[in-house]
Design a protein around this ligand. Structure first.
Ligand SMILES: [Zn+2]
Length: 352
């Protein structure tokens, strides 16, 4: 991984993008991909589309969703405490005791979210799982007026955003779901830079995946690809309490996961596996027997159907402040997708 590519990864992780509030991260992506894309556009939904070799009859789309889960400020009480609604799927326990950032028009406002200390919880309360509606954000405001002068109803909230490198080539940050996928699709595009492609390659930073796979739906309709690959995270099962019998054997650092199952076109899957084997790219196989909860679902059923595959990055502690991935896995995933794009010929068909 080049220094520039690693810097880009850090930048997107440290830029907020709750669903519907992706504009700041799209600005970072736009600036970065300009250097190696022939076309960069943004549609009315907010999807950013970077293209190489536009105009070719065979259209290949890569989708990595740039949105992350967050909160939206919905009420300020008399004392200046903020109440929120979730954006995306939260385990409220992940929030208690965290530093948060409210992203306002005037810039970031720092706050904390917690609940009353254990000493003050009744026996009954200790057993209860907190609900988001019962948790408040404290920004240090004096009262409602003071808070309202700094935060507006509808402002979005994230965990404090920062990338932390760990031993063994691992790293943690909020939003690895799915800034890793976003990074992979743009890095794959960059890695085709010196190659002549037989297809047009559309690398898309999709929006609003976390609230219903929505940006992939609109962008795929617009691009009308014959082939599409979504890159998202999947649960690593190499930590305590996760059952391999039901969740499969997925380890950090063992390579991207190529999924098999009805959401995946078998011709695309076999080609991905062949490329990984030929180029000595480590990979793992995963299986999902239904439509996956990823952009691959929207992609596959676009228009009259798209030959779709899902490539996933193993991730521990999904939808938490400390989502943990292996940097080698994203590097290998970018090689795999670039290799796939380069392998296409104009007369390839993907009818299974
Ligand atoms: Zn995701």
């Amino acid at each position: 991984m080049t220094d520039g590519a690693l810097e880009f990864f850090k930048n997107i992780l440290e830029t907020p993008s709750p669903s519907g509030y992706e504009q700041p991260v799209q600005a970072v992506v736009r600036e970065y991909v300009r250097g190696f894309s022939e076309e960069v556009t943004t549609d009315a939904h907010g999807n950013l589309i970077a293209v190489k070799n536009p105009g070719a009859a065979l259209r290949l789309m890569f989708a990595g969703h740039c949105d992350q889960i967050g909160l939206i400020v919905s009420y300020i009480d008399d004392h200046g405490f903020l109440y929120t609604q979730p954006i995306g799927g939260w385990d409220p326990q992940q929030l208690v005791g965290q530093r948060l950032t409210i992203w306002t028009a005037e810039g970031p406002v720092l706050g904390v979210i917690a609940r009353k200390p254990i000493h003050l919880l009744t026996e009954e309360q200790r057993k209860q799982v907190p609900k988001i509606k019962d948790l408040w954000i404290d920004i240090g405001a004096k009262d409602r007026e003071d808070a309202a002068s700094r935060v507006r109803i509808g402002d979005a909230v994230t965990f404090e955003l920062s990338l932390q490198r760990m031993a063994g080539g691992l790293a943690n940050s909020p939003g690895m779901d799915d800034k890793t996928g976003l990074w992979v699709v743009m890095e794959a595009l960059r890695r085709t830079e010196s190659e002549k492609l037989a297809c047009s390659l559309h690398a898309v930073s999709t929006v609003q995946e976390e609230i219903g796979l929505r940006g992939a739906r609109t962008s795929a309709y617009g691009i009308d690809p014959q082939v599409g690959i979504a890159v998202d995270v999947t649960h690593a099962t190499d930590c305590p309490t996760i059952e391999k019998e039901s969740e499969g054997d997925i380890k950090l650092g063992r390579g991207p996961v190529i999924y098999r199952g009805p959401n995946n076109n078998p011709v695309v899957v076999e080609r991905l596996i062949r490329i990984a084997e030929e180029q000595n790219i480590p990979y793992q196989l995963g299986a999902i027997g239904r439509a996956t909860p990823t952009d691959a679902n929207s992609l596959q059923v676009t228009r009259s159907g798209v030959a779709t595959a899902l490539v996933s990055i193993p991730n521990r502690y999904m939808h938490s402040a400390v989502e943990t991935i292996s940097l080698e896995d994203i590097d290998h995933a970018a090689d795999l997708l670039a290799g796939f794009a380069i392998s296409l010929t104009a007369d390839d068909t993907f009818v299974p």
